[in-house]
Design a protein around this ligand. Structure first.
Ligand SMILES: *[C@@H]1O[C@H](CO)[C@@H](O)[C@H](O)[C@H]1NC(C)=O
Ligand SMILES: *[C@@H]1O[C@H](CO)[C@@H](O)[C@H](O)[C@H]1NC(C)=O
Length: 401
């Protein structure tokens, strides 16, 4: 980069200078004011923020972008929001005019759809296009990158999840090479990885709503020893965001939103017993809600100061057993069971079951090294949210009849 363009870049994004990435779990509300205000702030602020919008993941890229352009300018006060006309078939991600367009922005946003369309357009077969290189330079200089659903799933440098259900994942494991059109349930990933804005974490989306906990755990374990594998992943609930700042120095993620949370999975110490399906012990899981933070270098979590430990103040006598713990249709099966578990007085362990049979899986929760936290939402004090850390999870085929 020449001196002139470096000066230009610094001046352009010096206002934000946050090196930030915003991961949104999909189905986000236009009325989620704290979320969109934060996006605008990290992009440089009202009247300053200039967004480049990618509708690339959508089957209607321009229509998808138009929605965000209208909202960011007319509802949240962005100075500008511009459609970046790069699609799976436009073949222009190395075009100098597109690079120029990218360099005029202070932020980039990727809408939802299919994350492979984004990869095919701007990182085909793992090759970084000039547009992607320019975006990375901009983010390093302080610009923001964000996305929702597929637009969030593609932002990391690790293997990228491309589809599949928890139950099928537990039976057959995770496949590289992308989705299998013959079996949509197959748990699949792209071994070239995502766009590479965040290092070392696999993001997943629509998370508690579609019961994706076991799929993320199995994917992490099956891919962790690949060159771009990792034992760490996070699952974003709908209308929830993990806002990562200081991406290239000491990245820290903070949770924004009130409708759910962010699930954190760590398979570093998982013990795998050979099995024709899945037999895991010692998966560590956290669930973070509004204002909780995670140090993405160490995995250390910190709970919001307005939350207090649940221990000694639990509402329920015993843990409830779920008979549909892996459900992809009944929203928040696992998330509700985990919250209730930390809110019970007597049981330090509980075993749940899959509704699916042949095989039936059992999922055990152990809280002996964990802790739950609860607090009233600062802007809605009658609503309480529950977080937890170090839930120890085991998953195996059930031998009970
Ligand atoms: C999106 O979220 C709303 C609740 O905020 C829910 O009513 C709706 O069904 C969700 N849409 C989809 C497609 O899941
Ligand atoms: C994690 O956080 C705790 C306190 O919050 C601190 O004492 C500890 O050193 C941290 N661990 C790492 C690895 O940063």
């Amino acid at each position: 980069m020449g001196l002139l363009s470096l000066t230009f870049l610094t001046a352009l994004v010096g206002l934000a200078a946050s090196q930030s990435a915003v991961f949104i779990g999909g189905n986000e509300s236009e009325e989620n004011v704290p979320l969109w205000d934060k996006v605008i702030e990290l992009a440089g602020g009202k009247g300053v923020a200039k967004f480049g919008i990618f509708g690339t993941a959508s089957s209607d890229p321009e229509g998808s972008a138009a929605y965000y352009i209208d909202m960011l300018i007319n509802v949240y006060g962005a100075a500008s929001a511009t459609y970046i006309p790069i699609t799976e078939t436009s073949n222009n991600a190395d075009d100098p005019a597109m690079v120029d367009l990218v360099r005029q922005q202070t932020a980039f946003f990727f809408g939802g759809g299919d994350q492979l369309r984004i990869l095919n357009a701007i990182r085909p077969a793992g090759r970084e296009t000039l547009v992607l290189t320019a975006m990375k330079e901009m983010v390093k200089a302080g610009a923001m990158v964000g996305g929702t659903s597929a637009g969030a799933a593609c932002l990391s440098d690790t293997v990228m999840i491309t589809g599949g259900s928890s139950y099928d994942g537990l039976i057959y494991g995770a496949f590289s090479g992308g989705p299998n059109s013959n079996n949509a349930g197959d748990l699949s990933y792209d071994e070239h990885g995502g766009l590479g804005f965040l290092a070392g974490w696999v993001p997943d989306t629509h998370f508690s709503e579609r019961g994706r906990e076991a799929r993320l755990i199995r994917l992490l374990q099956d891919s962790r020893y690949r060159d771009i594998g990792t034992p760490w992943g996070f699952g974003l609930d709908e209308d929830m965001a993990l806002v990562v700042t200081d991406l290239y120095t000491r990245p820290v993620g903070k949770v924004i939103g009130t409708s759910g949370g962010v699930f954190i999975a760590d398979v570093t110490n998982t013990i795998v017993t050979p099995s024709t399906t899945t037999n895991y012990e010692g998966v560590s899981a956290h669930y973070l809600t509004q204002d909780d933070t995670i140090d993405l270098t160490t995995g250390n979590v910190t709970f919001a100061s307005w939350k207090t430990p649940l221990k000694g103040n639990e509402q329920y006598a015993n843990a409830e057993i779920s008979n549909d713990i892996l459900s992809s249709k009944r929203s928040r099966s696992w998330a509700s069971a985990a919250a209730q578990f930390f809110d019970n007085q007597l049981d330090d362990t509980v075993t749940h079951f899959s509704f699916e049979k042949n095989p039936t899986f059992e999922v055990s929760f152990n809280r002996l090294s964990g802790a739950g936290y609860r607090g009233p939402l600062p802007n809605d004090p009658l609503t309480f949210v529950v977080s937890h850390e170090n839930l120890q999870v085991g998953i195996r085929e059930s031998i009970a009849v």
